[in-house]
Design a protein around this ligand. Structure first.
Ligand code: PMP
Length: 320
């Protein structure tokens, strides 16, 4: 048995951010000439891709003199959870207080993790979604000028973390990537990885998995609701594939049952999109990014629902 190269002693857990493993999951491909690979961001210290972003946002703010280590400075951020948890981790290591603004509807695990890392959770109205978290955070930042708001939706340090690390890791680990599929939240992953991949292969296709505008998939956002993050350049995307929540739940569960891959719901949405894309391609290699592990979604019950019920439900669906 081969053991992954993780056996090195590090100074603190932040040194274990990045360099995540990629798994060949071509067994899910509907096309024998298209291979599927999944990069598992659950291997980061807090279990999501956003550890990379949190580190990059804070490093940049320190370089710009907006945060000073050990100062007890306050970081305030609107987040669907993962970025807040990443910031909370780095905040503990470097002596910052973290306040995360999230819709009330987020899973209890997100709230508990944030509180566990010593962060403060500020709720925004659930029905208005993440757009409202952004409004609330902006108001609070305005009222409290000493707070630092990284603002991942508009901060170039977000896509930059993927341009300098996530993308190059994919180029290093998977030869000849034809298509990259990731969930659309801030757009940071798609923009940063997309730029790195295209520098390597100008024909690489960059595909976003987005929730159907009537549906909610934690971590993803639908631009149909009117907010386009400043860092997101829609022209840099080759396609945006809309998936239903039920479809995302189905593939999330299937990944666990058939491949032992325990991921969050946005990863199911990403796999659903990649499967549709694979049907349309003649041949090639698709790399997906699975943004987080499944731990934060246990309370939603998606991993324990009766599997035969789910299979009966999906068979009548148009996407099946
Ligand atoms: N999946 C999950 C679970 C997320 O938390 C996020 C970010 N909110 C994404 C996907 C999308 O990533 P990005 O912000 O880089 O578009």
């Amino acid at each position: 048995m081969q053991i992954a190269e993780r056996g090195r002693v590090v100074d603190d857990v932040a040194d274990q951010i990045g360099n995540t493993p990629t798994v060949d999951i071509s067994q899910f491909s509907p096309n024998p000439d298209v291979s599927l690979f999944a990069k598992l961001e659950s291997f980061n210290p807090t279990g999501s891709v956003k550890d990379r972003v949190a580190l990059s946002l804070i490093d940049q703010a320190e370089r710009d003199g907006l945060l000073v280590r050990g100062s007890g400075g306050v970081i305030l951020e609107p987040t669907s959870g993962n970025t807040g948890i990443g910031l909370a981790l780095i905040g503990r290591l470097r002596g910052y207080q973290v306040k995360a603004v999230m819709p009330e509807s987020v899973s209890t695990e997100r709230v508990q993790l944030l509180q566990g890392f010593g962060a403060e959770v500020i709720f925004s109205a659930a029905e208005k979604g993440t757009n409202e978290s952004i409004n609330v955070a902006k108001e609070l930042a305005h009222e409290n000028p000493s707070y630092f708001m990284p603002y991942q939706y508009g901060n170039k340090a977000n896509p930059q973390s993927h341009y300098v690390a996530t993308g190059p890791e994919i180029v290093r680990d998977v030869p000849d990537v034809d298509m990259f599929v990731a969930g659309l939240g801030t757009g940071g992953t798609l923009m940063g990885v997309g730029k790195a991949l295209r520098e390597h292969n100008p024909n690489a296709k960059i595909v976003a998995a987005a929730p159907h505008p009537d549906d909610k998939v934690q971590g993803l956002r639908s631009i149909e609701h009117g907010f386009i993050p400043p860092i997101l350049d829609l022209d840099a995307l080759d396609a945006r594939i809309m998936v239903e929540a039920e479809e995302s739940f189905f593939w999330t569960r299937k990944l666990l049952l058939d491949a032992g891959i325990f991921v969050g719901v946005s990863s199911g949405a990403v796999l659903a999109s990649a499967i549709r894309a694979a049907r349309r391609l003649e041949s090639g290699t698709i790399v997906m990014l699975f943004a987080d592990g499944g731990w934060k979604y246990l309370s939603t019950g998606i991993y324990t629902r009766d599997w035969s019920d789910i299979q009966n439900e999906v068979e009548g669906q148009t996407w099946w």
